[in-house]
Design a protein around this ligand. Sequence first.
Ligand SMILES: [Zn+2]
Ligand SMILES: [Zn+2]
Length: 213
Amino acid sequence: MLTYAGAQAIGAAVSGVYTERDAELGTPTLGDCNEPGCSGVLETEYDSGHVLVECDSCGLHVAVSIPPIVVETQDVETSPDVVRQFTVTEIQRVVRGFCDGPLETDVTGSLSTDDTDGRVGITHVCQACGNVSYTTAITLVTGHPAAVSFLYDAGIDYRDIALWKRPQGVEFAETVRSEEPLRIAVTVTAGDETLTLVLDEHLDVVDQQRESC
Ligand SMILES: [Zn+2]
Ligand SMILES: [Zn+2]
């Protein structure tokens, strides 16, 4: 029986084989762009461990980290959804607070309550490998039952959301409501309803409100 350390060494060796070279991403497109009013298509490219997704007509540009072993062993050409599935899985690991060690989070954006850019940036640093991930506050509520059911009632399956394919008809805003104690409000509007979730300093949801607008 393999010890955990042994299994880790083998895992590292396997990915080591693949990180020595780049991978070919067999699919040229991830389908139509979903940005409002855009009729472009989403082109992809694989470079240095990242899948780059770019719209050929609007400014949409997303880079997501995906190891070559995923691209090499999964048939991305016939199942481009693999890219999204992997990304969703990675994001959910970040949301739950783990890389290969626990993540330390830091609120890095819009700490001033005057800031009205509508986004609150959050940095997650792995205490084991030092890997850094960046999200904004709304990412922390993906998977929360109130958000899942709110989107479901608006006809949106949250499992289908991709970083490069945000659902149409949904608007959101993130604001720092107070710094001591830290409270971040995430407001999502879909149809004629608004859902507000409030995160505390541990980025846990401590308050929620759903109302007609
Ligand atoms: Zn576009
Ligand atoms: Zn790590």
